[in-house]
Design a protein around this ligand. Structure first.
Ligand code: KIV
Ligand code: ZN
Length: 391
């Protein structure tokens, strides 16, 4: 099944919402789910239905409003979890149960006080049981990043036989290096019977800042689904950021991999999730941060004013940001000052620009940023500045 489309599995409402302080009510979740559907995600992981009556209600309500995406509910490898998830998903046009169990020796020993064989048995049983409710069953091998590859391959082969349609290989602790995570996917592709009939999925956490790199390495090595969240929110250091992997695949067409995401909605969706979850986005966040398309040093500003591509590898409009920002600071040069002055209606001659620049530097040394209001003051003291029509 080596299609070039990479499915986007959004878990903002499940792994993302697990973060302290990010709790949403059903109404807020419905608004986000509708937006995710509009954004073009393939799967929305709507919640963990057995975890609370509120989460059950949210998953159930989300199934009623989502028009295109598959709606997925998480479970442990526990019969009751699976029954409750199936009930919550009963109105979904395309329901998926996401069940699984820890497969690393650490999880087997410390979480379950069990043996590999016992965990394998539970994995098979949970997939078969989930399959009795829905056709689409995704299995997660929790802590697959630290699971012995031979055992992981065995688990994968058996759950495929039990009916799994998607195999999620989570780097739950964000431990893997990109080469290692990619090699794991390759190993599974080469050593698991039946793997060509299922989709391999990347689910990476960002503990070492490698979630995005690992997910991309995963798809280069044959995975065809990435599990991610808007703004990369999630447990501890977060999950893979949806906007990052989507734009990486878009900006590197030679990889010959694509998603169905409407990238023009990325920035607005990021703001929506930020506001609803009350979780600020760091200004230097890739793709959607406030500074992602802002230029403040003179050399960069001069380049961008001459041609945006000198310092930008993406067109901001592609992700829904109206334009690149030329931020005026003490590091800015004359080109930036003239550019910003023109934007608010002042056409400067060379002599006027020299004069304005001196005053500008005094402002800039006093404050972090020179804003339009300051520019008007600066222009008012420059000799005979002409106002032009602003286009
Ligand atoms: O990180 C993880 O392993 C998970 C699973 C429950 C899929 O979130
Ligand atoms: Zn996770």
């Amino acid at each position: 099944m080596q299609d070039n489309k990479v499915q986007i599995f959004d878990t903002t409402l499940r792994d993302g919402e697990q973060v302290p302080g990010c709790k949403l009510d059903t109404k807020q979740k419905l608004i986000i789910a509708e937006r995710l559907d509009e954004l073009g995600v393939d799967v929305i992981e709507a919640g963990f239905p057995i975890s609370s009556p509120g989460d059950f209600a949210s998953v159930s309500e989300i199934t009623k409003v989502v028009k295109n995406a598959t709606v997925c509910g998480l479970t442990r490898a526990v019969a009751k979890d699976i029954e409750v998830a199936a009930e919550a998903l009963k109105y979904a046009v395309k329901p998926r149960i996401h069940t699984g169990i820890g497969t690393s020796d650490s999880h087997i020993k410390f979480k379950f006080n069990a043996t590999r064989d016992q965990v394998l048995e539970r994995a098979i049983k949970s997939v078969s049981y989930a399959k009795s409710f829905v056709d689409d069953v995704e299995f997660y091998a929790e802590d697959a990043g630290r699971t012995d590859n031979a055992f992981l391959a065995k688990v994968c082969e058996e759950v495929i036989k039990a009916g799994a349609t998607v195999l999620n290989i989570p780097d739950t602790t964000g431990y893997c290096l990109p080469e290692e995570y990619g090699a794991k996917m390759k190993y599974l592709r080469e050593n698991v019977k039946g793997i060509e009939n299922v989709i391999l999925s990347c689910h990476c956490h960002n503990d070492l800042g490698l979630a995005t790199a690992n997910s991309i390495s995963g798809v280069i090595n044959g995975a065809r689904q990435i599990e991610c969240t808007i703004n990369g929110i999630g447990e501890r250091a977060g999950n893979t950021a949806l906007e990052e992997v989507v734009m990486i695949l878009k900006q590197h067409p030679y990889l010959n991999l694509h998603t169905d995401i409407n990238t023009k909605l990325l920035y607005d969706t990021s703001l929506m999730v930020r506001d609803k979850m009350g979780m600020p986005v760091q200004p230097n966040k890739a793709v959607v941060g406030a500074n992602a398309f802002a230029h403040s040093s003179g050399i960069h500003q001069d380049g961008v004013i001459k041609n945006r591509e000198t310092y930008e590898i993406m067109d901001p409009e592609e992700v829904g940001v109206t334009e690149s920002a030329i931020v005026l600071t003490a590091r800015s040069g004359r080109a930036a000052l003239a550019y910003r002055a023109k934007k608010i209606g002042y056409e400067l001659t060379k002599i006027q620009l020299d004069e304005a620049y001196k005053t500008f530097l005094e402002f800039a040394d006093r404050q972090k940023e020179v804003i339009d209001e300051d520019l008007h003051k600066i222009m008012s003291i420059v000799d005979k500045v002409s106002k032009i029509a602003i286009v």
